[in-house]
Design a protein around this ligand. Structure first.
Ligand code: F6P
Length: 544
Protein backbone atom coordinates (compact mmCIF):
# COMPACT_ATOMS: atom_id res chain seq x y z
CA UNK A 1 0.00 0.00 0.00
CA UNK A 2 1.18 3.53 -0.61
CA UNK A 3 2.23 5.65 2.33
CA UNK A 4 -0.43 8.27 3.07
CA UNK A 5 2.07 10.31 5.08
CA UNK A 6 4.26 10.64 1.98
CA UNK A 7 1.48 12.25 -0.06
CA UNK A 8 1.38 15.94 -0.91
CA UNK A 9 -1.79 16.64 1.13
CA UNK A 10 -0.25 15.03 4.21
CA UNK A 11 2.92 17.10 3.84
CA UNK A 12 0.71 20.16 3.45
CA UNK A 13 -1.11 19.25 6.65
CA UNK A 14 2.17 19.01 8.54
CA UNK A 15 3.09 22.49 7.29
CA UNK A 16 -0.33 23.78 8.31
CA UNK A 17 0.11 22.30 11.77
CA UNK A 18 3.33 24.28 12.17
CA UNK A 19 1.78 27.41 10.70
CA UNK A 20 -1.22 27.24 13.03
CA UNK A 21 0.76 26.42 16.15
CA UNK A 22 0.75 30.01 17.35
CA UNK A 23 -2.58 31.01 15.79
CA UNK A 24 -5.46 31.03 18.23
CA UNK A 25 -9.07 30.17 17.54
CA UNK A 26 -9.91 33.75 18.49
CA UNK A 27 -7.66 34.92 15.65
CA UNK A 28 -9.13 32.41 13.21
CA UNK A 29 -12.64 33.62 13.98
CA UNK A 30 -11.49 37.17 13.24
CA UNK A 31 -9.56 36.46 10.06
CA UNK A 32 -12.20 34.13 8.59
CA UNK A 33 -15.49 36.01 8.77
CA UNK A 34 -17.36 33.22 6.92
CA UNK A 35 -15.92 30.54 9.13
CA UNK A 36 -19.11 29.59 10.93
CA UNK A 37 -21.23 29.18 7.82
CA UNK A 38 -18.43 27.45 5.92
CA UNK A 39 -17.86 24.96 8.70
CA UNK A 40 -21.47 24.34 9.73
CA UNK A 41 -22.96 21.46 7.79
CA UNK A 42 -26.52 20.11 7.81
CA UNK A 43 -27.03 16.37 7.42
CA UNK A 44 -30.62 15.15 7.66
CA UNK A 45 -31.98 16.68 10.87
CA UNK A 46 -28.50 17.17 12.29
CA UNK A 47 -26.65 20.46 12.21
CA UNK A 48 -22.93 19.97 12.73
CA UNK A 49 -20.67 22.85 13.61
CA UNK A 50 -16.96 22.15 13.04
CA UNK A 51 -15.95 25.82 13.39
CA UNK A 52 -14.38 25.33 16.82
CA UNK A 53 -11.88 22.79 15.47
CA UNK A 54 -8.27 23.95 15.20
CA UNK A 55 -8.18 24.38 11.46
CA UNK A 56 -8.79 26.92 8.73
CA UNK A 57 -9.79 26.86 5.05
CA UNK A 58 -6.40 25.64 3.74
CA UNK A 59 -6.46 22.79 6.28
CA UNK A 60 -9.94 21.72 5.21
CA UNK A 61 -8.81 21.81 1.58
CA UNK A 62 -5.78 19.65 2.38
CA UNK A 63 -7.94 17.22 4.35
CA UNK A 64 -10.36 16.85 1.45
CA UNK A 65 -7.43 16.33 -0.92
CA UNK A 66 -6.10 13.72 1.48
CA UNK A 67 -9.42 11.85 1.41
CA UNK A 68 -9.43 12.10 -2.36
CA UNK A 69 -5.85 10.83 -2.63
CA UNK A 70 -6.74 7.93 -0.31
CA UNK A 71 -9.51 6.99 -2.76
CA UNK A 72 -12.52 7.73 -0.59
CA UNK A 73 -15.00 7.97 -3.50
CA UNK A 74 -14.06 4.56 -4.89
CA UNK A 75 -13.92 2.99 -1.42
CA UNK A 76 -17.37 4.32 -0.56
CA UNK A 77 -18.76 3.02 -3.84
CA UNK A 78 -17.13 -0.35 -3.17
CA UNK A 79 -18.74 -0.54 0.27
CA UNK A 80 -22.19 0.54 -0.87
CA UNK A 81 -22.21 -1.85 -3.82
CA UNK A 82 -21.23 -4.90 -1.78
CA UNK A 83 -17.61 -5.41 -2.82
CA UNK A 84 -15.63 -7.53 -0.35
CA UNK A 85 -13.89 -4.62 1.33
CA UNK A 86 -13.43 -6.58 4.56
CA UNK A 87 -10.40 -8.17 2.96
CA UNK A 88 -9.09 -10.21 5.88
CA UNK A 89 -12.43 -12.00 6.19
CA UNK A 90 -13.29 -11.76 2.48
CA UNK A 91 -16.70 -10.25 3.19
CA UNK A 92 -18.91 -7.50 1.91
CA UNK A 93 -19.71 -4.68 4.35
CA UNK A 94 -23.33 -3.84 3.85
CA UNK A 95 -24.91 -2.40 6.98
CA UNK A 96 -26.24 0.33 4.67
CA UNK A 97 -28.34 -2.33 2.89
CA UNK A 98 -30.18 -2.94 6.18
CA UNK A 99 -31.82 0.44 5.83
CA UNK A 100 -32.56 0.54 2.12
CA UNK A 101 -36.25 1.04 1.38
CA UNK A 102 -38.35 -1.95 0.42
CA UNK A 103 -38.53 -0.98 -3.25
CA UNK A 104 -34.75 -0.72 -3.63
CA UNK A 105 -32.69 -3.52 -5.11
CA UNK A 106 -29.10 -4.47 -4.42
CA UNK A 107 -27.71 -7.64 -5.92
CA UNK A 108 -24.65 -8.87 -4.07
CA UNK A 109 -22.94 -12.15 -4.85
CA UNK A 110 -26.02 -13.02 -6.95
CA UNK A 111 -28.59 -12.34 -4.20
CA UNK A 112 -31.03 -9.43 -3.79
CA UNK A 113 -30.08 -8.52 -0.25
CA UNK A 114 -32.86 -5.92 0.07
CA UNK A 115 -35.53 -8.59 -0.39
CA UNK A 116 -33.82 -10.72 2.28
CA UNK A 117 -33.56 -7.77 4.65
CA UNK A 118 -37.25 -6.90 4.36
CA UNK A 119 -38.33 -10.53 4.69
CA UNK A 120 -36.58 -10.64 8.09
CA UNK A 121 -37.93 -7.21 9.07
CA UNK A 122 -41.43 -8.51 8.31
CA UNK A 123 -40.89 -11.57 10.49
CA UNK A 124 -39.55 -9.37 13.28
CA UNK A 125 -42.61 -7.17 12.87
CA UNK A 126 -44.98 -10.13 13.12
CA UNK A 127 -43.24 -11.42 16.24
CA UNK A 128 -43.09 -8.05 17.97
CA UNK A 129 -46.71 -7.28 17.07
CA UNK A 130 -47.76 -10.52 18.74
CA UNK A 131 -45.56 -9.90 21.76
CA UNK A 132 -46.70 -6.32 22.20
CA UNK A 133 -50.39 -7.11 21.73
CA UNK A 134 -50.31 -10.03 24.15
CA UNK A 135 -51.06 -12.57 21.44
CA UNK A 136 -47.70 -14.27 22.05
CA UNK A 137 -48.12 -16.00 25.39
CA UNK A 138 -45.75 -17.72 27.74
CA UNK A 139 -45.94 -21.44 28.52
CA UNK A 140 -48.48 -20.87 31.29
CA UNK A 141 -50.68 -18.73 29.05
CA UNK A 142 -49.62 -15.45 30.62
CA UNK A 143 -48.76 -12.32 28.69
CA UNK A 144 -45.08 -11.43 28.30
CA UNK A 145 -44.09 -8.36 30.30
CA UNK A 146 -40.28 -8.41 30.01
CA UNK A 147 -37.81 -9.10 27.22
CA UNK A 148 -34.23 -9.90 28.25
CA UNK A 149 -31.63 -9.49 25.51
CA UNK A 150 -28.59 -11.70 26.05
CA UNK A 151 -25.67 -10.67 23.88
CA UNK A 152 -22.36 -8.81 24.07
CA UNK A 153 -20.43 -6.25 22.03
CA UNK A 154 -22.41 -5.40 18.93
CA UNK A 155 -25.13 -7.82 20.00
CA UNK A 156 -25.71 -5.74 23.14
CA UNK A 157 -24.39 -2.19 22.89
CA UNK A 158 -26.49 -1.17 19.88
CA UNK A 159 -29.89 -2.41 21.11
CA UNK A 160 -29.12 -1.35 24.70
CA UNK A 161 -28.06 2.15 23.65
CA UNK A 162 -30.96 2.69 21.26
CA UNK A 163 -33.61 1.33 23.62
CA UNK A 164 -32.29 3.65 26.32
CA UNK A 165 -32.16 6.58 23.89
CA UNK A 166 -35.77 6.00 22.83
CA UNK A 167 -37.16 5.72 26.36
CA UNK A 168 -39.95 8.15 25.53
CA UNK A 169 -41.17 5.90 22.70
CA UNK A 170 -41.08 2.73 24.75
CA UNK A 171 -44.63 1.35 24.76
CA UNK A 172 -43.90 -2.39 24.59
CA UNK A 173 -42.71 -4.87 27.20
CA UNK A 174 -39.93 -3.84 29.56
CA UNK A 175 -36.45 -4.60 28.23
CA UNK A 176 -33.31 -5.65 30.04
CA UNK A 177 -29.85 -6.34 28.71
CA UNK A 178 -27.44 -8.95 30.00
CA UNK A 179 -23.95 -9.05 28.53
CA UNK A 180 -21.21 -9.73 31.05
CA UNK A 181 -20.12 -13.26 31.89
CA UNK A 182 -19.91 -11.97 35.45
CA UNK A 183 -22.82 -13.91 37.01
CA UNK A 184 -23.84 -10.74 38.81
CA UNK A 185 -25.18 -9.35 35.54
CA UNK A 186 -27.70 -12.12 34.89
CA UNK A 187 -28.57 -12.52 38.56
CA UNK A 188 -29.40 -8.84 38.91
CA UNK A 189 -31.42 -8.84 35.70
CA UNK A 190 -33.52 -11.84 36.71
CA UNK A 191 -33.87 -11.01 40.40
CA UNK A 192 -37.43 -9.67 40.26
CA UNK A 193 -38.60 -11.39 37.07
CA UNK A 194 -41.17 -14.12 36.70
CA UNK A 195 -40.15 -16.86 34.23
CA UNK A 196 -43.78 -17.17 33.12
CA UNK A 197 -43.81 -13.60 31.78
CA UNK A 198 -40.23 -13.32 30.47
CA UNK A 199 -38.91 -13.83 26.93
CA UNK A 200 -35.19 -14.12 26.21
CA UNK A 201 -33.60 -12.94 22.98
CA UNK A 202 -30.27 -14.72 22.55
CA UNK A 203 -28.41 -12.38 20.21
CA UNK A 204 -25.13 -13.55 18.76
CA UNK A 205 -23.86 -13.27 15.22
CA UNK A 206 -21.64 -16.33 15.59
CA UNK A 207 -23.66 -18.06 18.31
CA UNK A 208 -20.35 -19.15 19.77
CA UNK A 209 -19.48 -16.27 22.10
CA UNK A 210 -18.54 -17.49 25.56
CA UNK A 211 -20.35 -14.77 27.50
CA UNK A 212 -23.57 -15.07 25.55
CA UNK A 213 -23.73 -18.85 25.57
CA UNK A 214 -22.92 -18.98 29.30
CA UNK A 215 -25.62 -16.46 30.12
CA UNK A 216 -28.12 -18.09 27.74
CA UNK A 217 -27.46 -21.51 29.26
CA UNK A 218 -27.96 -20.15 32.77
CA UNK A 219 -31.13 -18.33 31.72
CA UNK A 220 -32.44 -21.49 30.11
CA UNK A 221 -31.81 -23.37 33.36
CA UNK A 222 -33.66 -20.66 35.32
CA UNK A 223 -36.64 -21.01 33.01
CA UNK A 224 -36.67 -24.80 32.77
CA UNK A 225 -36.36 -25.17 36.56
CA UNK A 226 -39.54 -23.14 36.93
CA UNK A 227 -41.60 -24.15 33.91
CA UNK A 228 -40.09 -27.31 32.43
CA UNK A 229 -38.28 -28.11 29.20
CA UNK A 230 -41.30 -27.54 26.93
CA UNK A 231 -41.44 -23.89 27.96
CA UNK A 232 -38.28 -23.05 26.00
CA UNK A 233 -40.19 -22.66 22.73
CA UNK A 234 -42.39 -19.88 24.12
CA UNK A 235 -39.64 -18.09 26.02
CA UNK A 236 -36.50 -18.20 23.85
CA UNK A 237 -35.87 -16.64 20.49
CA UNK A 238 -32.53 -16.22 18.75
CA UNK A 239 -30.87 -13.69 16.48
CA UNK A 240 -27.92 -15.05 14.59
CA UNK A 241 -26.25 -15.82 11.28
CA UNK A 242 -25.72 -19.42 12.37
CA UNK A 243 -28.85 -21.63 12.25
CA UNK A 244 -27.10 -24.90 13.13
CA UNK A 245 -25.71 -23.58 16.40
CA UNK A 246 -29.06 -22.05 17.31
CA UNK A 247 -30.74 -25.41 16.80
CA UNK A 248 -27.99 -27.16 18.74
CA UNK A 249 -28.66 -24.80 21.64
CA UNK A 250 -32.30 -25.89 21.59
CA UNK A 251 -34.04 -22.93 19.99
CA UNK A 252 -36.58 -23.67 17.27
CA UNK A 253 -35.35 -22.18 13.94
CA UNK A 254 -38.91 -20.86 13.53
CA UNK A 255 -38.03 -18.58 16.45
CA UNK A 256 -34.77 -17.43 14.91
CA UNK A 257 -34.26 -14.10 13.17
CA UNK A 258 -31.51 -14.18 10.65
CA UNK A 259 -28.85 -11.76 9.56
CA UNK A 260 -25.80 -12.16 7.37
CA UNK A 261 -22.02 -12.25 7.52
CA UNK A 262 -21.91 -8.96 5.61
CA UNK A 263 -23.22 -7.20 8.73
CA UNK A 264 -20.39 -6.50 11.16
CA UNK A 265 -21.32 -6.96 14.85
CA UNK A 266 -20.71 -3.31 15.72
CA UNK A 267 -22.72 -2.21 12.67
CA UNK A 268 -25.64 -4.53 13.33
CA UNK A 269 -28.24 -2.59 15.31
CA UNK A 270 -30.27 -2.04 12.13
CA UNK A 271 -30.44 -5.80 11.55
CA UNK A 272 -32.38 -8.41 13.53
CA UNK A 273 -29.96 -7.57 16.35
CA UNK A 274 -32.31 -4.62 16.88
CA UNK A 275 -35.14 -7.00 17.81
CA UNK A 276 -35.21 -5.83 21.44
CA UNK A 277 -35.56 -2.25 20.19
CA UNK A 278 -38.49 -3.28 18.00
CA UNK A 279 -40.11 -5.05 20.97
CA UNK A 280 -39.83 -1.83 22.92
CA UNK A 281 -40.96 0.74 20.34
CA UNK A 282 -42.83 -1.27 17.71
CA UNK A 283 -42.21 -1.92 14.04
CA UNK A 284 -43.33 1.50 12.77
CA UNK A 285 -40.92 3.37 15.04
CA UNK A 286 -38.17 0.90 14.16
CA UNK A 287 -38.80 1.68 10.49
CA UNK A 288 -38.34 5.39 11.32
CA UNK A 289 -35.05 4.52 13.01
CA UNK A 290 -33.86 2.71 9.87
CA UNK A 291 -35.08 5.56 7.67
CA UNK A 292 -33.01 7.98 9.77
CA UNK A 293 -29.93 5.89 9.11
CA UNK A 294 -30.75 5.79 5.42
CA UNK A 295 -31.01 9.59 5.34
CA UNK A 296 -27.39 9.87 6.45
CA UNK A 297 -26.31 7.02 4.15
CA UNK A 298 -27.74 9.02 1.25
CA UNK A 299 -26.11 12.22 2.48
CA UNK A 300 -22.76 10.43 2.74
CA UNK A 301 -23.13 8.84 -0.69
CA UNK A 302 -24.26 11.93 -2.58
CA UNK A 303 -23.12 15.14 -0.88
CA UNK A 304 -20.12 17.04 -2.21
CA UNK A 305 -17.03 16.55 -0.03
CA UNK A 306 -16.92 20.09 1.37
CA UNK A 307 -20.48 19.71 2.77
CA UNK A 308 -20.34 16.00 3.52
CA UNK A 309 -20.69 15.76 7.30
CA UNK A 310 -19.33 12.24 7.96
CA UNK A 311 -16.49 12.83 5.50
CA UNK A 312 -15.51 16.08 7.21
CA UNK A 313 -15.85 14.57 10.68
CA UNK A 314 -13.71 11.61 9.62
CA UNK A 315 -10.85 13.63 8.18
CA UNK A 316 -10.97 16.11 11.05
CA UNK A 317 -10.55 13.11 13.36
CA UNK A 318 -7.46 12.14 11.33
CA UNK A 319 -6.15 15.70 11.56
CA UNK A 320 -6.61 15.71 15.33
CA UNK A 321 -5.33 12.23 16.08
CA UNK A 322 -2.60 11.69 13.51
CA UNK A 323 -1.31 15.18 12.74
CA UNK A 324 -1.97 17.33 15.82
CA UNK A 325 -1.40 14.42 18.20
CA UNK A 326 -4.74 14.72 20.04
CA UNK A 327 -5.13 11.02 20.58
CA UNK A 328 -8.49 10.78 22.27
CA UNK A 329 -11.95 12.17 21.68
CA UNK A 330 -14.56 12.79 24.34
CA UNK A 331 -18.19 12.35 23.34
CA UNK A 332 -20.48 14.31 25.60
CA UNK A 333 -24.18 14.04 24.83
CA UNK A 334 -26.22 16.68 26.61
CA UNK A 335 -29.06 14.17 26.78
CA UNK A 336 -29.32 11.70 29.62
CA UNK A 337 -31.12 9.28 27.33
CA UNK A 338 -27.90 9.03 25.26
CA UNK A 339 -26.00 7.85 28.33
CA UNK A 340 -24.89 4.66 26.57
CA UNK A 341 -23.75 6.44 23.39
CA UNK A 342 -20.08 6.78 24.46
CA UNK A 343 -19.88 3.05 25.24
CA UNK A 344 -21.56 2.24 21.94
CA UNK A 345 -19.12 4.48 20.06
CA UNK A 346 -16.18 2.91 21.83
CA UNK A 347 -16.89 -0.39 20.15
CA UNK A 348 -17.87 1.15 16.84
CA UNK A 349 -14.75 3.25 16.49
CA UNK A 350 -12.09 1.45 18.50
CA UNK A 351 -12.87 -2.10 17.41
CA UNK A 352 -12.96 -0.77 13.84
CA UNK A 353 -9.84 1.38 13.73
CA UNK A 354 -7.72 0.19 16.65
CA UNK A 355 -5.24 -1.48 14.33
CA UNK A 356 -1.44 -1.39 13.91
CA UNK A 357 -1.36 -3.00 10.49
CA UNK A 358 -3.04 -1.93 7.31
CA UNK A 359 -5.37 -3.98 5.18
CA UNK A 360 -2.42 -5.53 3.31
CA UNK A 361 -0.68 -6.56 6.54
CA UNK A 362 1.98 -3.84 6.45
CA UNK A 363 2.45 -1.58 9.50
CA UNK A 364 0.40 1.60 9.75
CA UNK A 365 2.39 4.72 8.96
CA UNK A 366 0.93 7.08 11.56
CA UNK A 367 -1.06 6.92 14.79
CA UNK A 368 -4.53 5.50 14.12
CA UNK A 369 -7.69 4.83 16.09
CA UNK A 370 -8.80 7.68 18.35
CA UNK A 371 -9.57 6.68 21.93
CA UNK A 372 -13.26 7.39 22.45
CA UNK A 373 -14.74 8.01 25.86
CA UNK A 374 -17.34 10.18 27.53
CA UNK A 375 -20.35 10.69 29.75
CA UNK A 376 -23.49 12.75 29.43
CA UNK A 377 -23.33 16.44 30.22
CA UNK A 378 -23.80 18.07 32.62
CA UNK A 379 -22.53 15.17 34.75
CA UNK A 380 -19.22 15.07 32.87
CA UNK A 381 -18.64 18.73 33.74
CA UNK A 382 -18.42 17.76 37.39
CA UNK A 383 -16.00 14.92 36.68
CA UNK A 384 -13.47 15.23 33.85
CA UNK A 385 -14.04 18.70 32.42
CA UNK A 386 -11.37 20.24 34.66
CA UNK A 387 -8.78 18.30 32.66
CA UNK A 388 -10.46 19.24 29.39
CA UNK A 389 -10.35 22.94 30.29
CA UNK A 390 -6.97 23.29 31.95
CA UNK A 391 -5.10 19.98 31.75
CA UNK A 392 -1.93 19.37 29.78
CA UNK A 393 -3.68 16.85 27.53
CA UNK A 394 -5.78 18.30 24.73
CA UNK A 395 -8.92 16.25 24.12
CA UNK A 396 -11.22 17.22 21.25
CA UNK A 397 -14.86 16.98 22.29
CA UNK A 398 -18.02 16.08 20.39
CA UNK A 399 -20.91 17.92 22.00
CA UNK A 400 -24.37 16.60 21.18
CA UNK A 401 -27.44 18.63 22.06
CA UNK A 402 -31.17 18.56 21.44
CA UNK A 403 -33.29 21.63 20.86
CA UNK A 404 -36.36 20.07 22.45
CA UNK A 405 -36.88 17.63 25.25
CA UNK A 406 -40.05 15.65 25.60
CA UNK A 407 -39.53 15.79 29.35
CA UNK A 408 -39.00 19.50 29.77
CA UNK A 409 -40.83 21.22 32.58
CA UNK A 410 -42.17 24.57 31.47
CA UNK A 411 -40.54 27.66 32.94
CA UNK A 412 -42.50 28.49 36.11
CA UNK A 413 -42.17 30.55 39.26
CA UNK A 414 -39.00 32.17 37.93
CA UNK A 415 -37.32 28.86 37.18
CA UNK A 416 -35.76 28.57 33.73
CA UNK A 417 -36.66 25.60 31.56
CA UNK A 418 -34.32 22.76 32.52
CA UNK A 419 -33.68 21.99 28.87
CA UNK A 420 -32.52 25.57 28.38
CA UNK A 421 -30.20 25.19 31.37
CA UNK A 422 -28.84 21.97 29.92
CA UNK A 423 -28.08 23.51 26.54
CA UNK A 424 -26.69 26.70 28.06
CA UNK A 425 -24.19 24.50 29.84
CA UNK A 426 -23.24 22.75 26.62
CA UNK A 427 -22.73 25.97 24.68
CA UNK A 428 -20.74 27.44 27.59
CA UNK A 429 -18.33 24.50 27.71
CA UNK A 430 -17.64 24.60 23.97
CA UNK A 431 -17.17 28.38 24.12
CA UNK A 432 -14.74 28.33 27.04
CA UNK A 433 -12.79 25.41 25.60
CA UNK A 434 -12.34 27.27 22.32
CA UNK A 435 -11.80 30.85 23.38
CA UNK A 436 -10.54 30.58 26.94
CA UNK A 437 -9.98 33.54 29.19
CA UNK A 438 -6.62 35.30 29.28
CA UNK A 439 -4.86 36.85 32.27
CA UNK A 440 -6.02 40.40 31.45
CA UNK A 441 -9.64 39.29 31.35
CA UNK A 442 -9.21 37.48 34.62
CA UNK A 443 -7.63 40.56 36.22
CA UNK A 444 -10.40 42.74 34.83
CA UNK A 445 -12.78 40.69 36.96
CA UNK A 446 -10.86 41.87 40.04
CA UNK A 447 -9.30 38.49 40.75
CA UNK A 448 -6.52 38.47 43.37
CA UNK A 449 -3.12 38.38 41.58
CA UNK A 450 -2.18 35.14 43.37
CA UNK A 451 -5.11 33.39 41.73
CA UNK A 452 -4.82 34.83 38.22
CA UNK A 453 -2.73 31.95 36.84
CA UNK A 454 -5.19 29.45 38.29
CA UNK A 455 -8.14 31.13 36.65
CA UNK A 456 -6.67 31.58 33.18
CA UNK A 457 -8.36 29.29 30.70
CA UNK A 458 -5.95 28.47 27.88
CA UNK A 459 -8.59 28.01 25.16
CA UNK A 460 -7.79 26.61 21.70
CA UNK A 461 -9.27 23.28 22.72
CA UNK A 462 -11.19 21.92 19.75
CA UNK A 463 -14.73 20.69 19.68
CA UNK A 464 -17.55 19.83 17.29
CA UNK A 465 -21.14 20.63 18.20
CA UNK A 466 -23.94 18.46 16.83
CA UNK A 467 -27.47 19.78 17.26
CA UNK A 468 -30.70 17.90 16.55
CA UNK A 469 -34.33 18.91 17.03
CA UNK A 470 -35.17 16.13 19.50
CA UNK A 471 -34.40 12.51 20.26
CA UNK A 472 -36.69 10.68 17.84
CA UNK A 473 -36.08 7.21 16.34
CA UNK A 474 -34.97 8.89 13.12
CA UNK A 475 -32.51 11.19 14.88
CA UNK A 476 -30.97 8.32 16.83
CA UNK A 477 -30.53 6.45 13.53
CA UNK A 478 -28.95 9.54 12.00
CA UNK A 479 -26.47 9.94 14.85
CA UNK A 480 -25.40 6.29 14.53
CA UNK A 481 -24.92 6.46 10.75
CA UNK A 482 -23.01 9.74 11.11
CA UNK A 483 -20.46 8.01 13.35
CA UNK A 484 -20.39 4.80 11.28
CA UNK A 485 -19.43 6.69 8.15
CA UNK A 486 -16.80 8.86 9.78
CA UNK A 487 -15.22 5.68 11.16
CA UNK A 488 -15.19 4.30 7.62
CA UNK A 489 -13.58 7.46 6.24
CA UNK A 490 -10.80 7.26 8.81
CA UNK A 491 -10.18 3.61 8.00
CA UNK A 492 -9.82 4.47 4.32
CA UNK A 493 -7.33 7.27 5.00
CA UNK A 494 -5.33 5.11 7.41
CA UNK A 495 -5.48 2.14 5.00
CA UNK A 496 -7.09 -0.05 7.67
CA UNK A 497 -9.60 -2.89 7.34
CA UNK A 498 -12.16 -1.32 9.69
CA UNK A 499 -14.37 -4.40 9.66
CA UNK A 500 -12.31 -7.17 11.23
CA UNK A 501 -11.30 -7.52 14.90
CA UNK A 502 -8.52 -10.06 15.13
CA UNK A 503 -7.13 -8.42 18.26
CA UNK A 504 -10.12 -9.56 20.30
CA UNK A 505 -9.77 -13.16 19.21
CA UNK A 506 -6.54 -14.13 21.02
CA UNK A 507 -7.92 -12.91 24.35
CA UNK A 508 -10.95 -15.18 23.81
CA UNK A 509 -8.80 -18.22 23.03
CA UNK A 510 -6.55 -17.62 26.03
CA UNK A 511 -9.57 -17.24 28.34
CA UNK A 512 -10.88 -20.60 27.18
CA UNK A 513 -7.51 -22.20 27.90
CA UNK A 514 -7.15 -20.54 31.30
CA UNK A 515 -10.62 -21.41 32.56
CA UNK A 516 -9.53 -25.04 32.94
CA UNK A 517 -6.40 -24.04 34.85
CA UNK A 518 -8.36 -21.77 37.21
CA UNK A 519 -10.91 -24.45 37.96
CA UNK A 520 -8.26 -27.15 38.59
CA UNK A 521 -5.73 -27.55 41.39
CA UNK A 522 -2.55 -28.41 39.52
CA UNK A 523 0.46 -26.11 39.84
CA UNK A 524 -0.15 -23.55 37.13
CA UNK A 525 2.24 -23.54 34.19
CA UNK A 526 0.71 -21.05 31.81
CA UNK A 527 3.96 -19.90 30.25
CA UNK A 528 4.44 -16.72 32.27
CA UNK A 529 5.37 -16.25 35.92
CA UNK A 530 2.97 -13.38 36.56
CA UNK A 531 -0.13 -15.28 35.45
CA UNK A 532 1.00 -18.41 37.33
CA UNK A 533 1.41 -16.36 40.52
CA UNK A 534 -1.91 -14.57 40.10
CA UNK A 535 -3.70 -17.91 39.70
CA UNK A 536 -2.16 -19.14 42.94
CA UNK A 537 -3.16 -15.96 44.76
CA UNK A 538 -6.66 -16.32 43.32
CA UNK A 539 -6.95 -19.89 44.57
CA UNK A 540 -5.77 -18.88 48.05
CA UNK A 541 -8.29 -16.03 48.20
CA UNK A 542 -11.06 -18.19 46.76
CA UNK A 543 -10.53 -20.91 49.36
CA UNK A 544 -10.51 -18.33 52.16
O1 F6P B 1 -15.82 -8.29 20.76
C1 F6P B 1 -15.60 -9.15 19.68
C2 F6P B 1 -16.88 -9.49 18.99
O2 F6P B 1 -16.59 -10.41 17.99
C3 F6P B 1 -17.61 -8.26 18.44
O3 F6P B 1 -17.14 -7.85 17.22
C4 F6P B 1 -19.02 -8.72 18.44
O4 F6P B 1 -19.91 -7.66 18.35
C5 F6P B 1 -19.07 -9.46 19.77
O5 F6P B 1 -17.82 -10.10 19.87
C6 F6P B 1 -20.19 -10.44 19.90
O6 F6P B 1 -20.14 -11.43 18.93
P1 F6P B 1 -21.39 -12.34 18.61
O7 F6P B 1 -22.49 -11.46 18.14
O8 F6P B 1 -20.92 -13.29 17.56
O9 F6P B 1 -21.77 -13.06 19.88
Amino acid sequence: MSDVTATAPWKALEDHRDRLESVSLRQLFTTEPDRVSALTVPAGDLVIDFSKQRLDTPVVQALLELADTAGIAAAREAMLSGAHINVTEDRAVLHTALRLPRDAQLIVDGVDVVADVHAVLDRMGEFTDRLRSGDWRGATGQQITTVVNIGIGGSDLGPAMVTRALRRFHDGPATRFVSNVDPADLTAALADLDPATTVFIVASKTFSTLETLSNATAARRWLVDALGEDAVANHFVAVSTHTERVVEFGIDPANMFEFWDWVGGRYSVGSAIGLAVMCAIGRERFAEFLAGMHTIDTHFATTAPARNAPLLAGVIGVWNASVLGYRSRAVVPYAQDLARLPAYLQQLTMESNGKSVRADGTPVVCPTGEVFWGEPGTNGQHAFFQLLHQGTEIVPVDFLGLARSGDDLPARDGQTSMQVLLLANMFAQAKVLAFGRDADEVRADGVDEALVAHKVMPGDRPSTTILAPELTPSVVGQIIAFYEHQTFVQGVVWGIDSFDQWGVELGKTQATALQTVLAGDEIPDTGDASTDHLIEVYRTLRDG
